[in-house]
Write a protein that binds this ligand. Structure first.
Ligand code: UFG
Length: 320
């Protein structure tokens, strides 16, 4: 049993991580400023501190007595990061440095960090392993890559041990319905498809139909959020039993195209969802699939949802 501070624990991925940590018997404190995190996501059993990582004193006070940190507090809209990099510098970079400094001060040795496939930019290989060059093409991805480097230095200089989990495309919700918050104003494919299905939007715009893929639309590796969550628990436990610092991809290892996702949603919902082709969106690689071999080997982790189109149907059912 470890005392774990989950920073950003009221958010979409954070709330799922909290659930899995509790299931594994860990003692969780959630630290969140509720800017995008939601009170409805908090489990009564947990201690909750409303605070902001940009405030060094608040995070330092919360850190005292903790064995480990899961850090998921970040701004994550790619487009916004290009228009307002200052917000991303302040929250993602300065906030993360405050967390690392608070860890050194409190003697907290272990951190699991939410990183992203965005650190790879436009990778040359379709199946991306952790040795692919770190070459972000947006400021959001840059902040994630930098924080990984800071953690590397804090390991060398202060003995802090980290796992950077590079998420591919996170989707779905807790299948037991324990996590009730839904993302407000979603920016990603699947929640947008759901909003079209509910009539909140007119049509899905499929960005690009002439990519060099099996049906001309972009392929991504969609990973269920509960699978992401279990990897955090394993990462903490492995770090605490001596695993050295690592960066690990989290994906299923297989890809789904935009059109296949639309078909899966139509199957799961039993109705036609209006869609039209639109121009390519700048900065979208044609194919982005994780090699998750390293996470499998080092954590003994494997995705349980979503290895094919039928798997996507079961993922979409967790969102209903
Ligand atoms: N797409 C559409 N129409 C839409 C929205 C998306 O066709 O209305 C397409 C995109 O072009 C892309 C795919 O659906 O091909 C997935 O797009 P998302 O915006 O859902 O996700 P991205 O792959 O662009 O990015 C996601 C996260 C990023 C993260 C990245 C890492 O949003 O934060 O995965 O792989 F950095």
């Amino acid at each position: 049993m470890a005392k774990v501070l989950v920073v950003g624990g009221a958010g979409y991925i954070g709330s799922h991580v909290v659930k899995e940590l509790m299931r594994s018997g860990h003692e969780v404190t959630v630290f969140d400023n509720l800017s995008t995190g939601q009170e409805i996501n908090l489990f009564q059993e947990n201690r909750f501190i409303r605070g902001d990582i940009r405030n060094q004193e608040e995070i330092a006070a919360a850190m005292r007595g903790q064995d480990a940190v899961v850090h998921l507090a970040a701004k994550k809209a790619v487009g916004e990061s290009m228009e307002n990099p200052m917000k991303y510098s302040d929250n993602n970079i300065n906030g993360s440095l405050n967390i690392l400094n608070a860890m050194v001060e409190a003697g907290t040795k272990y951190i699991v960090f939410s990183s992203s496939a965005a650190v790879y930019g436009m990778p040359e290989k379709e199946e991306v392993d952790e040795d692919c060059p770190i070459a972000p093409i947006n400021y959001y991805g840059f902040t994630k890559a930098e924080i990984e480097k800071f953690m590397g230095w804090y390991d060398r200089l202060k003995g802090l041990k980290y796992v950077a989990l590079r998420y591919f495309n996170a989707v779905g919700y807790d299948a037991d319905g324990d996590i009730r918050g839904r993302e407000v104003n979603p920016q990603n494919l699947l929640p947008i498809i759901m909003e079209v299905a509910e009539g909140k939007r007119d049509k899905l715009k499929i960005f690009g139909s002439d990519y060099p893929t099996r049906d001309g639309t972009c392929i991504r590796d969609y990973i269920h959020v509960s699978d992401l969550a279990t990897a955090h628990v394993l990462a903490i436990e492995k770090l605490m039993s001596g695993m050295p610092s690592q960066a690990l991809n989290l994906g299923t290892g297989s890809g789904t195209s935009v059109k296949e996702m639309l078909t899966a949603a139509e199957q799961a919902l039993g109705k036609k969802i209006p869609a039209e082709y639109a121009p390519r969106r700048p900065g979208d690689p044609a194919v982005l699939i994780a090699s998750a071999a390293k996470a499998r080997e080092l954590l003994g982790w494997e995705a349980t949802y979503g290895k094919d189109e039928r798997g996507m149907v079961s993922i979409i059912r967790t969102m209903l």
